[in-house]
Design a protein around this ligand. Sequence first.
Ligand code: F6P
Length: 319
Amino acid sequence: MKRIGVLTSGGDSPGMNAAVRAVVRKAIYHDLEVYGIYYGFAGLISGEIEKLDRGSVGDIIHRGGTKLYTARCEEFKTLEGQKKGIEQLEKFGIEALIVIGGDGSFQGAQKLAEHGYPTIGVPGTIDNDIPGTDYTIGFDTALNTIIDAIDKIRDTATSHERTYVIEVMGRNAGDLALWSGLADGAETIMVPEVEDDMEDIISRLKRGHKRGKKHSIIVVAEGVGSGVDIGKEIQQKTELETRVTVLGHIQRGGSPTAQDRVLASRLGAKAVELLLAGEAGKMVGIEKNELVSHDINEILARKHILDNEMYELSKVLSI
Ligand code: F6P
């Protein structure tokens, strides 16, 4: 193998740049040529491909977003789109590909692997919803962004004695809500993996108010539903002044934390190692601080599981 490609795909996440840097530098260290594919699978189809050298990934380790840009690409879900992509890879003489992204991106990677094209996935998403890895690149940074926001909201919530509903991202997973809610001492954490009893939440809020609680913070994962609707219901049923903040895409930006930079560097380098060892159709991950790899097929067939022990702990600590 002489030449590999790398792309970032799906929603960007802080640390993707550090992962691209690691792939490029590790590959060059082992005398491989590396080509960057811009705009994810969309750029693969249209041939937006360029050779990268060690300098092209300088000064990006600390930057959010992705230097390679990203996209969500419907066309690559079709056989025709996949064939066009493979044609481009062949045209550029790219013998194997590293895909940095979330589960949508891994579906693309799996298709390439099915067509016999060596592909390795690197988990990059703020959602932390990929099985086979304890953490995904970007989760820690997003978490810290949320915590910073909730701390600020808490100040104003106390001053005004209000109830706050804060909607966080996570797609169908509750990790961002659970971890940020636990780290911020939220009174209630609503995640899609657990069905909540709204009446119970209402009566807890009322009881807290009677006890003299000055404010309440409720963290809602977007997968549960609209934070705005939940806020309206809470205000109506508790008669407590309630405000809603939807944190939105602020959670996807910003300079990656040290944790994410290190994780991205380790996973990016590991992906190159797997290709050098002749592996394909795999995803790299980290479990109990050990670098691991799993079949992409197996990862896509598995479901991400919320840490139930942590969820129960959050309930105990918010009595
Ligand atoms: O997967 C990352 C994520 O930020 C999810 O948390 C969110 O549901 C989605 O992407 C938003 O996607 P878009 O940026 O395309 O609106």
